[in-house]
Design a protein around this ligand. Structure first.
Ligand code: NAD
Length: 487
């Protein structure tokens, strides 16, 4: 089928209602809001605009479904998750196309996200049956200590637009595995993927009410009453630090459990003994994966002065090879940014750096519209006061600065309020471990530019948040620990 026809066919058959209690329906107000294609700025479809009443209905359903879901044998929950993993792969082409349409990323990136996102369901289907407790004698010999785990209860998940599928599956997978229920509020810019995921989950056998999906144009109005409802037991959020901080404050009065996956400002540190060609190849991934719109994206490159020029020249050559265009077109390797706001922010950060003395080695100027495009851009000699070194760029821009020795490299890497990911390149294992220990980040990649793995604990420190997604740690976020003292 020709691409345009495939697009029309897909948009005709995807769900566009809110998903509550196992069914798609209009919002209680009947209102809708448009979802745009960031490459053309055209409206793709109108989506039901969930109201606070819809939020209450979804929480009612999550509360009602909770006890039966918690009591469902772990093996059965695991098999449902496994079926959802298969269901995602069975519809991989639809998901990839849909993600590219609503978010902009190049089609191969969307295909990768499908695999990555689905993997959380497979991983947590395997974890569901390994939720363990313990039984130990009390040291004083006076009794026995019995520890068990119980699902946390109804959860609210709020997800960002940059990975429309995976940011949902990394929360839904462990919640369902643990026996918890969940109301999901996807990003307003990219709600379609999560609605299609709801369809897959229903087909996989997830009971009514266990998952609801509520797109809305008024996030705060929907989530505020939910956070204030004492029946809600947990908030899991992925998004900006600013919104995360406001949500933590809103969660405080109810002493709500929260997990926060927030912004990043990842340093990419290249030491004098690094394999420069390998570092450049990995830098391309760390910088341009997802068009630079990743919380783990390398935000700034700290390169030892002895390899600075070689690294810079090779990075420019590598980034120049990327093909900017509409993500669904053949051969395109980098799509548009998600919105006009995002494009303006990236432009501003580049202009600020250049105005303060950085030299533009590649790109730097947004092309004429339509579409929120921004080209791969390299900035060298970036001065310390350039905003791009301290703010999250969320675009295909690589600012490069040099450092003189290991201590200076580590200090530069840590000079940020954030602490999500960091990348270090060296052939010296002692140095790698020494530096990794000193870097203030939840995740450190050693000689590799992509660290996300459903089997590893993903998460940050400092202003990048708290809590972990993936790994054996990920399910703990959805479990309460219970202790029974036995005589
Ligand atoms: P955002 O904070 O603007 O929005 C995230 C979500 O919160 C969206 O669903 C949005 O609709 C919702 N939201 C916004 N204001 C709200 C409010 N007042 N009340 C309730 N909900 C509200 O972030 P974004 O622009 O969608 O995503 C980009 C950010 O996400 C970046 O900072 C990025 O680093 C971060 N991110 C972090 C991770 C991680 O795992 N640490 C992963 C992906 C993205």
């Amino acid at each position: 089928m020709a691409t345009e026809q495939r697009v029309r066919d897909l948009l005709d058959r995807i769900p566009t209602g809110i998903f509550v209690n196992g069914a798609f329906r209009d919002s209680s107000s009947g209102a809708t809001f448009p979802v745009h294609d960031p490459a053309t700025e055209e409206v793709l479809v109108e989506v039901a605009d969930a109201t606070p009443e819809d939020g209450a209905a979804a929480l009612d359903a999550a509360v009602a479904a909770g006890p039966a879901w918690a009591a469902t044998p772990a093996r059965e929950r695991a098999e449902i998750l496994r079926a959802a993993y298969e269901g995602l792969h069975a519809r991989a082409d639809d998901f990839a196309l849909l993600m590219t349409l609503e978010m902009g990323k190049a089609l191969p990136e969307s295909a990768n996200e499908l695999k990555y996102g689905a993997e959380f369901f497979r991983w947590f289907s395997e974890e569901a049956v390994r939720i363990a407790g313990r039984y130990t004698p009390a040291p004083a010999g006076t009794g026995r200590i019995l520890v068990s785990k119980a699902p946390v209860g109804p959860c609210l998940a709020i997800t960002p637009w940059n990975f429309p599928l995976a940011m949902g599956t990394r929360k839904i997978g462990p919640a369902l595995a643990a026996g918890a229920t969940m109301v999901v509020k996807p990003a307003g810019l990219t709600p379609l993927t999560m609605l299609l995921l709801a369809e897959v989950l229903k087909e996989a056998g997830v009971p009514d009410g266990v998952i609801s999906v509520l797109p809305t144009s008024k996030s705060g109005a929907l989530t505020g009453p939910l956070l204030a409802d004492p029946r809600l037991r947990k908030l899991t959020f992925t998004g900006s630090t600013e919104v995360g901080a406001a949500l933590v404050a809103q969660s405080a009065p109810g002493i709500l459990r929260t997990s926060m996956e927030l912004g990043g400002n990842a340093p990419f540190v290249v030491f004098d003994d690094a394999d420069v060609d390998h570092a450049v190849a990995q830098a391309l991934l760390a910088k341009l994966r997802n068009g630079g719109e990743a919380c783990t994206a390398a935000n700034r490159f700290h390169v030892h002065e002895s390899v600075l020029e070689e690294f810079t020249t090779k990075l420019v050559d590598g980034m120049a090879k990327y093909v900017l265009g509409r993500g669904i077109d053949d051969g395109v390797t980098i799509g548009p940014l998600v919105s006009a706001d995002q494009q303006a922010t990236v432009s501003e950060l580049v202009q600020d750096a250049v105005a303060k003395g950085a030299s533009l080695r590649l790109g730097g100027v947004a092309p004429e519209g339509p579409g929120h495009f921004f080209p791969p851009t390299v900035l060298a000699d970036v001065p310390a006061d350039a905003r791009i070194l301290t703010e999250e760029v969320f675009g295909p821009v690589a600012p490069i600065v040099s450092f003189a020795d290991e201590d200076a490299g580590v200090a530069a890497a840590n000079a940020t309020e954030y602490g999500l990911a960091a990348y270090i390149f060296t052939k010296d294992l002692d140095r790698a471990l020494r530096v990794a220990d000193r870097i203030e980040a939840g995740m450190v990649g050693v000689n590799r530019g992509v660290i996300s793995d459903p089997a590893g604990p993903f998460g940050g420190v400092k202003a990048s948040g708290f809590g972990r997604e993936g790994g054996s740690e990920g399910i703990e976020e959805y479990l309460e620990t219970r202790y029974i003292a036995l005589q």
